[in-house]
Design a protein around this ligand. Structure first.
Ligand code: ADP
Length: 165
């Protein structure tokens, strides 16, 4: 039986913390769906197409023996419903620290009530990637700071382009 996992998020934009979690999750399932939240009401910096394209580009470099086949799909409904529709039995979430824990704990509990056949699995990135957050990276880029250590050169270039004055 093929094990399918979903890794949902906004990925606005994808950074080294996300890539770290993607690599870990890809070792645990056969097919990994990165579910990109449309989140129009959140007013993302990058459009759904831009976020998807960056993810495609970055995940295209991953892969190898024992790694899942990675797909990128948009989603706007409930994550448990999305998981069910795509035959997934695992939802991957990354944990950065206690700040994430409260919200994630509640979310996992509610999701379990919505669909008890889908398990939420929490993964931690390596120490160097744990503090990374898209929101902070966007803010640094907006203020003209260097984001090269936080994301890939391609994404850093896209951020620079967005905030070009
Ligand atoms: P962000 O909070 O960076 O905007 P997303 O909303 O796109 O990220 O989050 C998608 C998933 O990735 C969530 O489960 C989030 O907890 C996880 N994640 C984000 N950054 C990190 C990180 N530095 N380490 C581990 N997990 C992370």
């Amino acid at each position: 039986m093929q094990r399918v996992g979903v890794y949902p998020g906004t990925f606005d934009p994808v950074h080294n913390g996300h890539i770290d979690i993607i690599q870990r999750a890809a070792r645990l399932v056969d097919r990994l769906i990165i579910a990109v939240a449309i989140n129009e009401d959140k007013g993302p910096l990058f459009s759904l197409d831009e976020r998807t394209e960056m993810l495609l580009n970055e995940t295209g470099r991953l892969g190898g023996k024992g790694m899942a086949k990675i797909e990128i799909l948009p989603f706007k409904n409930l994550v448990t419903q999305f998981a069910h529709e795509n035959g997934a039995t695992v939802i991957f979430r990354g944990l950065r620290g206690v700040a994430d824990f409260d919200y994630e704990f509640q979310m996992a509990g509610m999701n379990a009530r919505l669909n008890e056949t889908v398990e939420t699995l929490f993964l931690m990135a390596e120490a160097n990637h744990q503090a990374l957050a898209s929101k902070l990276i966007r803010e640094i880029a907006r203020l003209g700071g260097e984001v090269a250590g936080f994301t890939t050169p391609d994404v850093a270039a896209k951020l620079k382009q967005k905030f070009k004055r």
